[in-house]
Design a protein around this ligand. Structure first.
Ligand code: PLP
Length: 387
């Protein structure tokens, strides 16, 4: 169905940060399949893990214990300091699990109509509940009636959240991205999550962080909340976890980790041996190759280069991000930049209309960072000439 406005390009193979189309043109992938392929393409250890698992056991269902799922669960809990995990197949599904946990938490507190605070310009997925949570009217259009039980507040604005909590006794949770991805790489104040954590503690709300895009090393920490030393009650992740193998996870801590019981949630495919063995290898490789430090360093280098080369560029409003999640906000809408970059064999994207989004693989090196900087600066100059 025509759900995507696709570019007329077909990639047929990849290696590391590089992709090749069917005419054998070579591209630098600074988008990673939207923050998915952190280890780049055709990673030998990942390919090996998939092949080994495929030759052993693909699927048995959650009626039985699954060794790779237990190992991945343990490792995810260790790197996130969470207690338990529910496995599913996508980001939206992980958020569905979080939303169900929030409602269980509300009902356990005697709230009949529990509500979750969500934010303007957020993105949480395309299922009915996650679409409702998403703060974008265009995404809602035509799909009404939306779900009840969501209250929207401006992002990075504590006063409104405080007001809602004071006046509304139905609030049970706050669902928020540590850095808004689809919304335009919006980085909140350094103490934003800490303050939300305090509000949640005060009012007995679950702090639920959507780390679907920011997780798994992308921002230069395992999870973005670790920059602020904030521990959520619920955390969701997906994109970079499987390096392209579909997998999502909803993690919980403390009382929130005990809300589900047998029969209250589930998934046929979720956490199957193939997906879990792959994700386990992805996390091990990120660890062994120190790719989180690399993301931190290369991200800082990229932002430095962009800032120094674009200081006098009047078209550029702001350059921001954390680790390898970087946005360049222009003064005007700039969808055409994607095609300009394509003609230079560079993959980037534009989100929120006027923000160039750069999400390179975590394996990117300093030379490749310079290539990305040079290419993007050329694109911006050409875009300006065309105006
Ligand atoms: C991509 C994304 C989702 C949705 O994930 P899907 O796997 O596409 O369902 C949810 N939240 C955030 C922050 C995302 O970036």
């Amino acid at each position: 169905m025509p759900t995507y406005a696709r570019k007329d390009i077909t990639f047929t193979k990849g290696n590391g940060i590089w992709l090749w189309d069917k005419d054998n043109n070579q591209y630098l992938d600074a988008l990673s399949g939207i923050a998915v392929c952190g280890l780049g393409h055709a990673h030998p250890q990942v390919a090996e893990a998939i092949s080994k698992q495929a030759n052993t056991l693909l699927h048995t269902s959650n009626i039985y214990r699954i060794q790779a799922q237990e190992q991945l669960g343990d490792l995810l809990c260790e790197i996130s300091q969470m207690d338990r995990v529910f496995f599913c197949n996508s980001g939206a599904e992980a958020n569905e699990a979080a939303i169900k946990l929030a409602r269980l938490h509300g009902h356990a507190r005697g709230i009949d109509n529990p509500s979750i605070i969500v934010f303007e310009n957020s993105f949480h997925g395309r299922t009915m509940a996650t679409l409702t949570a998403t703060g974008n009217r265009k995404a809602h259009a035509g799909f009404e009636p939306l779900l009840s039980g969501f209250i929207r507040a401006p992002f990075n604005d504590i006063a409104t959240v405080t007001d809602i909590c004071k006046t509304n006794n139905n609030v049970c949770a706050i669902l928020v991205e540590p850095i808004q991805g689809e919304g335009g790489i919006n980085v909140p104040n350094a103490d934003y999550l800490t303050t939300l954590r305090n509000i949640c503690d005060q009012h007995n709300l679950l702090l639920m962080l959507d780390e679907i895009q920011t997780g798994n090393g992308r921002t230069g920490r395992w999870f973005a909340c670790q920059h602020q030393n904030v521990q959520p009650d619920v955390m969701t992740t997906a994109k970079g976890l499987g390096n392209g193998m579909p997998i999502g996870a909803c993690l919980a801590r403390g009382a929130a980790a005990e809300l589900f019981s047998p029969g209250t949630h589930g998934s046929t495919f979720g956490g199957n041996p193939l997906a879990c063995a792959t994700a386990l290898q992805v996390l091990h490789t990120i660890q062994e190759q120190h790719l989180i430090t690399n993301a931190d360093n290369m991200g800082a280098l990229l932002v430095d280069q962009l800032k120094s080369k674009l200081t006098n560029e009047t078209l550029v409003n702001d350059i921001r991000g954390q680790g390898l999640m970087i946005g360049i906000e222009l003064t005007e809408n700039c969808a055409e930049i994607v095609d300009l970059a394509l003609s230079k064999k560079l993959l980037i994207n534009v989100t929120a209309g006027n923000v160039i989004r750069i999400l390179p693989p975590l394996i990117i090196n300093a030379d490749q960072v310079t290539q990305v900087t040079d290419s993007i600066c050329e694109c911006i100059a050409e875009f300006k000439n065309q105006q």
